[in-house]
Ligand binder design. Structure first.
Ligand code: ZN
Length: 552
């Protein structure tokens, strides 16, 4: 009888544990966000023949490829991009209106992750450091933490502070970025004290990997003759490295001072090597993906952006950057297979924005393009003449937006703010182009969008990008091919045009079917899709929709 009772009880225990397990929501062991800074969608195909089978091609072949993923706000810069990917929201709502902005209430200029209440761990001077506090919404990473009662762990890793802090969210265990003065990955006192200076991070930094990598210099992977997707190595569209006269291979850094070397790594493929090495150290050091609940690792590769800015898209440098990045991605996927297990991790690869061709390169090919210089001083001189007052009525032009000096306008009742706006619009659209030859498509009154006749997608992008506290009152839209810069070499981004707003988006791994869609999807859909796949709440400012083809 006793034996029957034991068997019966054992059955009950087995059954209850079985139902308990069955009730648990299935999630991947690890979610990996891989953001490639300044990667335009077409680079997947521009360099396709240069890639091996196990990097980008593995993701394209075995993953789900959203071929037409568009950024749906302005400006297309790094901080708004990373924030949109992880919040599913736009600057109008999430508050990250640029890398920098002018605060219309305090009158101060703000860097997106500035926080004077925290300091960099290990900095005895305790000067202000960084945190995600300026971001007004939750991220998908915050939502995962909330959904699992903070059992899931979240880390962000990038060379750029903003590119790991904003993705990892308000509740991250830690975000680690590269300090180019020390060559170390660092964090701020904002984060979980257990992860501020863990032993695995100390051990990683002790290796001085950044300096060793730069000393190896940057040479081509292949014979120069095989770089068929680029202009010749030495051309006027590129900015030479510090201390050198010509932008040619091999780029030598071993003769530089240590301080210069530690800065130089950012624009080299070795910057990606360093970032992936740090990601692997974090996975091993924290046993990421080994717990009962899904963990999240946000990786951003900043080096392609530094390289693009310096050498522009048609350079041998960029072609080599992507050839080497492809190999790094292949090795990282291989590592994830071993550490987390094939099919146990969900990975998405995307970008924070694209980038334009160098304007002089375009002009040399008879395509309209050009550089627009910042005209704040000239505009103020013009307004001084109109209002016969020695004041600066325009405080700045930033993020292609005009910020008026509202403290002067509030105190001087003889100047009408609406008239000033109209004068600025007229000057920018009519008078200024004759003087400076900068073609402006539109100057949009952001405070009166209802009366502005502008086509889609510009209209929606402008509305989504306008934050009433952190944006200017007028938005300048230059003609396609034109951008603001203070030098002729290299390139930049920030506009509505497809070269800045069309980004790659490939999903891979856990519960991802093989396939592709050519339907237009938005950057804001990334977090909505993650929320649906993970069965967690969308971030609290999310305006995106889950991707149909990916979720059955
Ligand atoms: Zn960027």
């Amino acid at each position: 009888m006793k034996r029957y009772l034991i068997c019966f009880l054992a059955l009950i225990v087995a059954f209850s544990s079985c139902t308990k397990k069955a009730r648990k929501v299935t999630r991947p062991k690890l979610v990996v966000g891989l953001v490639i800074d300044q990667m335009r969608w077409d680079y997947l195909y521009r360099y396709y023949s240069r890639f091996g089978n196990d990097g980008f091609k593995r993701l394209i072949r075995d993953g789900y490829n959203c071929q037409n993923t568009m950024i749906n706000y302005l400006p297309t810069f790094t901080a708004p991009g990373h924030t949109c990917i992880y919040t599913g929201s736009v600057p109008s709502i999430n508050g990250i209106a640029g890398n920098n902005w002018h605060d219309n209430v305090t009158g101060e200029n703000v860097y997106c992750v500035d926080d004077d209440k925290v300091y960099q761990v290990g900095d005895s001077s305790k000067k202000a450091s960084f945190s995600p506090r300026n971001m007004l919404t939750t991220t998908i990473t915050d939502e995962l933490r909330l959904a699992t009662n903070f059992r899931s762990r979240v880390f962000g890793i990038a060379l750029k502070d903003r590119s790991c802090i904003l993705p990892a969210g308000h509740t991250a265990n830690a975000a680690y970025w590269y300090n180019d003065r020390s060559g170390n990955f660092v964090t701020s006192s904002y984060y979980d004290s257990a992860y501020q200076n863990p032993s695995w991070l100390i051990a990683f930094n002790k290796k001085n990997m950044a300096d060793s990598l730069v000393k190896m210099n940057w040479d081509l992977t292949d014979s120069l003759l095989n770089y068929t997707e680029s202009t010749c190595d030495n051309c006027q569209y590129e900015e030479p490295c510090k201390g050198t006269d010509e932008p040619v291979f091999p780029h030598k850094f071993d003769m530089m001072s240590k301080a210069e070397r530690l800065g130089a790594i950012k624009a080299m493929p070795a910057g990606n090597t360093l970032t992936f090495a740090m990601a692997k150290a974090c996975i091993h050091g924290t046993d990421l993906g080994a717990g009962e609940d899904a963990d999240f690792l946000c990786i951003s590769l900043s080096s392609p952006d530094y390289c693009g800015h310096q050498f522009a898209p048609n350079s041998v440098e960029q072609e080599d950057m992507y050839i080497k990045l492809d190999k790094e991605i292949a090795a990282f996927l291989d590592n994830l297979d071993r550490d987390i297990g094939r099919g146990n991790y969900l990975l998405f690869l995307t970008a924070d924005h694209g980038g334009a061709h160098n304007p002089q390169y375009m002009k040399d090919k008879h395509i309209p393009a050009g550089i627009a210089f910042n005209v704040t001083d000239d505009l103020n001189n013009y307004l001084k003449g109109v209002y016969k007052k020695d004041v600066k009525l325009v405080s700045s032009i930033m993020n292609y937006q005009v910020f008026l000096n509202d403290s002067i306008l509030a105190s001087d009742r003889t100047i009408n703010r609406d008239e000033v706006k109209q004068s600025v619009r007229n000057w920018l659209m009519k008078t200024m182009p004759q003087q400076y030859s900068v073609p402006v498509s539109y100057v949009i009154d952001l405070e009166d969008m209802g009366r502005m006749a502008v086509p889609e997608p510009i209209r929606t992008m402008v509305i989504n990008g306008y934050n009433n506290r952190r944006s200017g009152c007028l938005q300048i839209i230059c003609n396609p091919g034109w951008f603001e810069s203070d030098h002729f070499a290299g390139t930049t981004h920030g506009s509505w045009n497809p070269y800045d707003s069309h980004i790659p988006l490939i999903w891979y791994g856990w519960h991802v079917p093989k396939g592709e869609t050519h339907e237009v999807v938005n950057m804001t859909d990334i977090s909505a899709t993650l929320a649906a796949m993970l069965h967690i709440q969308m971030p609290n400012g999310c305006i995106g929709k889950p991707l149909k083809g990916l979720i059955n």
